[in-house]
Write a protein that binds this ligand. Structure first.
Ligand SMILES: O=C(O)[C@@H](O)[C@H](O)[C@H](O)C(=O)CO
Length: 506
């Protein structure tokens, strides 16, 4: 077994000499950047019978702390530790750089959701030369349910990858789109450093044709103490922003905004009390982006101001912007209209000191120059599906028959998948593979309709089973295992393209 030969060379080597040894570690199927020395023990990740394992050489308190099989060598012992949650927790304890930390709201930051647990090496390659702070561990409850993964799986996959790559510049972990106290408590207990609170269930959506009388009647039903406090703050008042843009609250928009968002504030207050109990800093994001109508600047100002008046400190806020932010494709709408709307939101965020968070932030290349310009780095761009699509691009290039199987399966599941994601693409608009040669398949990943199809059917594809056997999962993971370098390179290039367009990569 190659790692054993390497182990005999490594043990007893000085820290300086390790660098020399690392130069040919890959010949032994060892990850060179994972080689570490702690006390008397050496650590590295290696492929042992096709599976990644943590190898620890020389007995010490660190050696004893990890679980795994022990092998005797001439003069030393080796432990072959599985990459499980118990060992991941020990890894985060002894190698703090493998544990997540908070983003802080200074630098730009990017959420790099990974639905497979394979993308972090490519994400590391993309961000390591940039100024952005990455969130490598980011999945929503929706994604976890669709891929049958847990919040622990997500954070552990990232810690092992960060150790494998020797990446010590820090990353965050965002438990995304949480909707209740239980989910928040669970995520905090596991060690997530960012909580994205999805307030959709506390936002009241109005029909466009509601009359003033109907509005007033509903408003009157709110508790008097709340109404008095809010009316004295906003009703018939105007707030002037730095650019002299005026935010006016008249009866109509005031009633609508209060009725739409007042329960969001109550919900945020309840969750913030949980967060404040933590001994460490937590990045708190309020997400109000999954509503029918765009968030008006007056509504953004109201929510931010009410959070502040209630002593709720947030790091970022995700409004719903004008136009259409669909999954995995560029913005749909007027760029002028977007710019006019976005610059006011950026000003409001700057006034309150939080970041704007751009959900469904993947592939919005036409918007990035506007986003980068007006936020001046005070922004969090959240992506996820795009890394999944890059994994499929590698399949399309190298295993056309598997890609065809997946694509046809996705077509059959598209209607069901649209129950989870709002996309405008209709089945009839999606390209038919039969007309495409194998060579043309990778181009589908440049086609909006095909991207949307594959983007939202990820869970159906990964979890597809027949007679209790996975239809694609095992074949896909074996394929990505063999083609890990190509996937890593594709991710690096694709995410750097995002960062360059945002102006966050020199
Ligand atoms: O698919 C999801 O549920 C998440 O990726 C969610 O959409 C996330 O908040 C996001 O906006 C990533 O682009």
């Amino acid at each position: 077994m190659p790692w054993r030969d390497f182990a005999e060379e490594l043990v007893g080597t000085s820290k300086e000499a390790i660098k020399k040894l690392a130069e040919y570690a890959e010949d032994y199927r060892i990850y060179p950047r994972s080689i570490n020395k702690k006390g008397k023990s050496f650590f590295f990740l290696a492929k042992v019978e096709q599976k990644k394992k943590l190898i620890i050489l020389n007995e010490s308190k660190y050696f004893a702390a990890f679980s795994g099989e022990i092998e005797e060598f001439a003069g030393f012992k080796a432990k072959i530790a599985p990459l499980n949650n118990e060992n991941a927790e020990k890894l985060r304890k002894f190698f703090p750089y493998t544990a997540p930390k908070t983003l802080g709201n200074k630098n730009p930051s990017i959420g790099l959701g990974d639905r497979l647990g394979l993308a972090t090496p490519g994400h590391i390659d993309a961000v390591k030369e940039s100024e952005v702070m990455p969130v490598f561990a980011q999945q929503s409850v929706r994604e976890l349910n669709l891929t049958n993964r847990s919040f622990k799986d997500v954070i552990d996959d990232v810690s092992w990858a960060v150790f494998q790559e020797g990446y010590e510049d820090g990353f965050a972990a965002d438990a995304d789109h949480l909707k209740n106290k239980t989910e928040v408590e669970k995520a905090l207990k596991i060690g997530y450093t960012m909580i994205t609170l999805d307030c959709t269930d506390y936002i009241k959506n109005f029909s466009q044709d509601i009359t003033f009388q109907e509005l007033k009647t509903e408003y009157e039903e709110i508790a008097d103490y709340l109404k008095e406090g809010l009316e004295s703050q906003y009703l018939n008042k105007t707030f002037v922003l730095g650019s002299n843009h005026e935010l006016e609250y008249n009866k109509i928009n005031f009633y609508k905004i209060v009725l739409t968002y007042y329960q969001v504030i109550e919900f945020a207050k309840e969750i913030y009390h949980l967060i404040k109990k933590e001994e460490k800093e937590i990045d708190f994001e309020i997400s109000i982006d999954e509503t029918f109508l765009p968030t008006s600047p007056e509504a953004h100002f109201f929510v931010a101001n009410e959070l502040k008046r209630n002593g709720i400190k947030i790091n970022s806020l995700a409004p719903k912007f004008v136009g259409s932010f669909e999954k995995g494709i560029d913005y749909i709408g007027s760029l002028d209209k977007f710019e006019k709307h976005f610059k006011i939101h950026a000003e409001i965020a700057e006034r309150f000191g939080h970041k704007l968070s751009i959900h469904s932030g993947s592939d919005k290349f036409s918007l990035y120059p506007i986003i980068g310009h007006y936020t001046k780095g005070r922004v969090h761009v959240k992506t996820a599906g795009t890394s999944w699509l890059e994994a499929l691009r590698v399949v399309a290039k190298n295993n056309p028959s598997l890609f065809r199987e997946i694509y046809y399966y996705a077509l059959n599941k598209y209607k069901e998948a649209k129950e989870y994601y709002h996309v405008n693409t209709e089945l009839a608009d999606i390209p038919d593979l039969a007309k495409l040669s194998d060579k043309e398949l990778p181009d589908l990943l440049e086609n909006n309709e095909a991207r949307q199809l594959l983007h939202i059917t990820y869970g159906f594809i990964i979890e597809a089973k027949k007679d209790n056997n996975y239809l694609f999962r095992d074949k896909l993971y074996q394929f990505w295992e063999k083609n890990d370098r190509e996937y890593r390179k594709a991710l690096e290039e694709h995410i750097i393209k995002h960062l360059k367009k945002l102006g966050f990569y020199n």
